[in-house]
Design a protein around this ligand. Structure first.
Ligand code: ATP
Ligand code: MN
Length: 463
């Protein structure tokens, strides 16, 4: 018998086919007429397949009438047109085989509604819920769309290291990687002696692949990374994870405007593909997670982002009369409340902020002629705030060395990075997009812990 997924079985073209469908029971309803309806889901789509189980099935009383939410089954039968609400097809069962029971007294998802907080404790079962199934399908769609976008634009996919020796990439606190015994590490002159460590030196989990990506951009042109990133910041917010995925394109011969154009084209493509390819899941998010989501995303996909300099943005925030928890002042970093005010209240569209004060940005961002600002850019979107951070990179050796002194960085640690400016330096630019932040934006999910399979946050890495 031909196996079909629920997604295929639900299509009108499948009417008349005989098929085997395998999945998990969501609900069972018994009718007075001596037959039962099973709602079957296999994760291939949001919708369930309705199975009609007639009382004449040989195992109707022994098996079918014992089925409950969570049971795994294999059903063979004929796909018929359905008059039921919300479905075009249904499966008239010729045989139902129970693959695995799920004791209703013990199965955690037996009860229909659980809070997202509660579901985090069951990271092994929550993908069986509508919300997490939809989140995972959108994640998959976006990952595919990211690769397609860059491949279509002629980018090369590069892999940058996860274990890194540079402890000063400037992007955040790092996790140590070591095989030294923590209870009694070898010491020399009172300090831990890393000569005996696995790599013979201190090593860390990467906070960004940018510096390494620059190596490949300045030899191969346009490249991108897409990999795990680790930050040991103790920030318990709804937008920060200790382990997240980041996409980092890096392009030779790009200035800041080229960079902004690319970021905008890229985000719009991700929105468009998700709306087109995940229509059913996106209607679910609109209905149950964030009303108005589809209108917002349609707007993002079809209209230009606003580009505003940091200095202009500070002026707007100072004049707007809104009360902020953190004061607004030229030279201070923008807080999430400021970012959201700009994109949600002032402009109502994604906003690209550029030309930030040099004092709050890393050494590698290109210094502007005014001497006070650097060619940085952040893309802000409603509900999430910063989704992309990037810049044109400083390609002038002397300026770069000056910036490193300014930030007390040792040039010897960056000898290879400086070599890229010594030998054939060219203008180049790039940015980082947080994968989970873009999934939050697309789904309307309020907490970043609910858009990644296994969230790692301070004090929590249970699965
Ligand atoms: P934020 O100010 O929001 O903490 P950042 O400025 O430290 O972010 P960047 O170093 O610019 O972040 O990283 C590029 C992108 O990676 C960010 O725009 C964001 O989308 C994502 N990102 C950064 N930190 C995290 C995190 N802890 N969890 C999830 N995504 C993150
Ligand atoms: Mn940033």
């Amino acid at each position: 018998m031909e196996k079909l997924t629920v997604a295929v079985a639900r299509r009108p073209e499948s009417i008349g086919r005989n098929a085997r469908i395998e999945g998990w029971v969501r609900t069972r309803r018994d009718s007075k007429g001596g037959f039962s309806f099973l709602e079957l889901n296999d994760g291939s789509c949001l919708g369930n397949l309705q199975v009609v189980a007639d009382g004449s099935l040989p195992n109707y009383e022994t098996d079918v009438l014992r089925l409950s939410s969570g049971c795994g089954v294999s059903v063979e039968g004929a796909l018929l047109a359905s008059s039921g609400h919300g479905q075009t097809t249904e499966l008239k069962a010729a045989s139902i085989r129970v693959l695995g029971m799920a004791d209703p007294e013990q199965y955690p998802l037996q009860k229909k509604r659980h809070s997202f907080e509660k579901l985090r404790e069951w990271a092994h079962l929550r993908p069986r819920t509508n919300t997490f199934g939809a989140v995972m399908r959108v994640r998959n769609c976006v990952a595919n769309s990211i690769h397609r976008f860059f491949q279509d634009e002629g980018f090369l996919y590069v892999q940058t290291p996860i274990i890194t020796a540079s402890d000063c990439e400037g992007a955040g606190a790092m996790f140590r990687v070591t095989t030294l015994p923590l209870d009694n590490p070898p010491r020399r002159d009172g300090k831990v002696d890393h000569a005996a460590d696995f790599f013979g030196r201190p090593t860390y989990l990467t906070v960004s692949g940018q510096l390494e990506a620059e190596i490949f951009a300045t030899s191969l042109g346009k490249v991108y990374t897409f990999g795990p990133t680790f930050r040991a910041e103790n920030s318990n917010t709804s937008r920060h994870l200790a382990e997240f995925w980041m996409i980092e394109p890096e392009m030779a011969f790009f200035d800041l405007n080229d960079n902004m154009d690319l970021a905008e084209r890229f985000l719009r493509r991700l929105v468009r593909d998700t709306l087109d390819q995940c229509a059913e899941d996106m209607r679910f998010f609109e209905q149950f997670i964030e009303p108005g989501l589809l209108t917002t995303l349609e707007g993002v996909a079809s209209s230009a982002f606003r580009r505003v300099s940091y200095t202009e943005a500070i002026g707007i925030l100072e004049r707007c009369g809104a009360e902020f928890e953190y004061p607004v002042r030229w030279g201070a970093d923008l807080q999430s409340e400021h970012e959201r005010y700009l994109t949600e209240t002032v402009f109502g569209t994604p906003v690209v902020l550029y030309d930030y004060p040099r004092s709050i940005k890393p050494f590698y961002m290109r210094v502007n002629d005014d001497g006070r600002t650097v060619r940085a850019m952040d893309v802000l979107v409603p509900k999430v705030g910063e989704i992309i951070g990037g810049s044109q990179r400083e390609e002038r050796l002397d300026v770069l060395e000056g910036r490193m002194r300014e930030q007390n960085l040792d040039a010897r640690d960056y000898w290879w990075y400086l070599d890229l400016r010594r030998f054939g330096t060219v203008p180049h630019a790039g940015f980082g997009l947080g994968f989970e932040r873009v999934i939050q934006f697309l789904t309307g999910m309020a907490n970043i812990r609910d858009v990644i399979p296994f969230p790692r946050t301070p004090g929590s890495a249970d699965f």
